[in-house]
Design a protein around this ligand. Structure first.
Ligand SMILES: NC(=O)c1ccc[n+]([C@@H]2O[C@H](COP(=O)([O-])OP(=O)(O)OC[C@H]3O[C@@H](n4cnc5c(N)ncnc54)[C@H](OP(=O)(O)O)[C@@H]3O)[C@@H](O)[C@H]2O)c1
Length: 279
């Protein structure tokens, strides 16, 4: 841990609870690597206290903060300015304080795309149809990011079909809803549900119909190798795990607050995810 001076830059993560968050560890390694006079701390804030806490951080000279469950929508409402992508996602996960104003953005979709780009060199969202399992907050961020990166079509498949229909309507563009995943025409299959997570039921989907060129991504990262990823690899498909999304989504905030664009590499992955079961 670097010794802080009176000029230390400060940021942190607002959530409730926040004790489980890996973000302080993640930003802490980057701060150490770059010898930055700064700190990134957990900020447990109960829902009713969120606006007061954010204004307090700004008044105390913080550079900004990340926002996690349950505050992402409240953060959206509190911002003086929201980036267009975050507006379409309906949620904000990164706050930057500038000249007494609160600027909000959402880096979840960026993290998802950058993770695939790093793990599958040459991958392009424009390659074909993306099929998303789930219609929650992360499905929304990922669908918007894929469309903005040039995906020609996004298909949502969700247990509660009505929720997927509402989401498709709200996002707009070439987003459709299906009852079963149209695997034969999928260039990308993404699990955005909590199925396959440790303690949850497995995700039951037969990958046989996917084209050999398809990429399979799971945003669940506990365990690191979910049954979906294992099944994809067994079929010879390229498979991308969820931990990298968490690591890459942190980059834009770190750059804004501390002035360095940090790198996601194997050392960081082992440092942040070393205690997560492999399968
Ligand atoms: N890698 C990362 O950086 C990252 C980032 C964010 C989230 N995540 C992970 O992504 C997952 C989803 O997060 P979220 O914020 O999008 O959650 P959310 O808004 O609560 O949405 C959950 C989704 O999972 C579906 N689901 C839950 N249980 C199910 C079941 N038993 N059978 C079928 N579908 C089920 C829900 O379907 P219904 O609409 O039918 O309820 C919904 O579509 C979580 O596991 C979270 O840990 C990872």
């Amino acid at each position: 841990m670097a010794i802080l001076t009176g000029k230390a830059r400060l940021a942190g993560i607002l959530g409730w609870p926040v004790a489980h968050s890996r973000s302080p560890r993640l930003h802490g390694l980057w701060l150490q690597r770059h010898g930055i006079d700064g700190a990134y701390v957990p900020l447990p804030v109960a829902p009713g206290a969120f606006p007061e806490a954010v204004r307090g951080l700004m008044a105390a000279g913080f550079q900004g903060a990340n926002v996690t469950i349950p505050h992402k929508e409240a953060a959206f409402a509190l911002c003086d300015e929201v980036a267009p992508t975050a507006r379409r996602m309906g949620a904000v996960n990164t706050l930057v304080f500038r000249e007494g104003r609160i600027l909000g953005s959402n880096t979840d979709g960026f993290g998802f795309l950058e993770n695939i780009r790093q793990q599958v060199p040459g991958w392009q969202a424009s390659a074909g149809t993306a099929v998303l399992l789930g219609a929650g907050g992360s499905a929304r961020a990922i669908a918007v990011a894929l469309l903005e990166a040039g995906a020609p079509e996004v298909v949502l498949v969700n247990r509660t079909r009505a929720r997927a229909e509402t989401l498709a309507r709200e996002i707009g563009g070439p987003v459709t809803v299906a009852t079963a995943p149209p695997l034969a025409r999928a260039a990308l299959l993404v699990n955005t549900t909590s199925l396959g997570m440790q303690g949850q039921p497995p995700l039951e989907v037969d990958l046989a119909a996917l084209p050999a060129s398809a990429v399979v991504a799971d945003i669940v990262y506990v365990p690191l190798e979910t049954p979906l990823l294992a099944a994809a690899r067994a079929r010879g498909l390229r498979a991308v795990g969820g931990l990298g999304m968490l690591l890459h989504q942190a980059r834009p905030g770190f750059r804004h607050w501390f002035g360095v664009d940090p790198v996601v590499d194997a050392e960081l992955e082992a440092f942040v995810g070393g205690d997560i079961p492999r399968s």
